[in-house]
Design a protein around this ligand. Structure first.
Ligand code: PXL
Length: 274
């Protein structure tokens, strides 16, 4: 068996639930070999309501990391998260082309939970222009779906379908919109669209605030599933189950944040390691 290599190009979340920490833990749980290029370091201020500070890494340094990573040959999949700057977004798009990366998961991170300011608003347009056309799948939440589609709000399944159509027009092969807790529905619904068919993934909402990192974990799980040869539909289904288990085992890190636990799915079910 050759081990599958999966890359994350993402920010560091020192609190451990989200960002590249979530990605690498998830890759490991899937039995793949994780690599990372750090694009930003995010710190949170415990003396100021857990306010986030984003410290981007110079794109030259991101470039050096990517050169190191690709010196080991081709990868089985990659995932992007918080990208830090427009220069880094352009760099990542060049790298996808240069190394002909086949399975590319774009998590269009625009906000961190608990914060209502857009992280680096200029990055939204660059992601639409440079990354969506190269995406095997893009994984927006409702807010990110409204930003990418240009819709004022996305809050119902009908809105999600309209947003999905608009996002596919930007060039992504697939989009999965995460309904999550804010969807106006009793259930947690994720909607997958491939340009012709909609697939709804429905499960019970889990009522907890200890879900920090759920979005990163979901996208990382899709990337690892694709690396292991799953279809997009199957990778999304497994990622949803993996993330739901992580949310069920979420815990309070401190008074402000509760991360998901990435090890929960395998604890409950050994199948992923087979
Ligand atoms: O969950 C979004 C996110 C992504 N990446 C990094 C983060 C966060 C939120 O805290 O810190 C690095």
């Amino acid at each position: 068996m050759t081990i599958k290599k999966v890359l994350t190009v993402a920010g560091s979340d020192s609190s451990g639930g989200a960002g590249l920490q979530a990605d690498l833990k998830t890759f490991e749980e899937y039995g793949t070999f994780g690599l990372s290029a750090i694009t930003a370091i995010v710190t949170m201020d415990a003396d100021n309501h857990w306010h986030h500070h984003v410290h981007p890494i110079a794109s030259e340094l991101v470039h050096e990391q990517l050169s190191t990573i690709f010196s080991g040959g081709s990868l089985d999949a990659m995932k992007t998260g918080m990208l830090g700057s427009v220069d880094t977004i352009k760099l990542v798009s060049n790298v996808i082309d240069k190394y002909d990366v086949k399975s590319v998961v774009i998590d269009p991170v625009m906000v961190c939970k608990g914060e209502n300011e857009l992280v680096q608003p200029e990055n939204g347009q660059a992601m639409r222009e440079y990354l969506l056309p190269r995406a095997t799948i893009v994984t927006p939440n409702l807010f990110e779906a409204s930003q990418l589609s240009g819709m004022a709000k996305v809050s119902t399944v009908a809105d999600m379908k309209e947003a999905a159509k608009r996002i596919i027009e930007l060039g992504a092969e697939h989009v999965v919109i995460k309904g999550g807790k804010s969807l106006e529905d009793q259930n947690a619904i994720d909607l997958l669209y491939d340009g012709s068919e909609f697939t709804l993934y429905e499960s019970e909402k889990i009522h907890t605030n200890h879900n920090h990192g759920a979005g990163c974990t979901f996208a990382a799980a899709i990337a690892a599933g694709l690396a292991k040869g799953l279809s997009v539909e199957a990778a999304v289904a497994k990622a949803k189950a993996f993330t739901a288990e992580g949310i069920r085992s979420g815990f309070a890190f401190n008074q402000f944040v509760g991360p998901v636990w990435h090890g929960a799915y395998n604890k409950a079910d050994q199948r992923l390691l087979q």
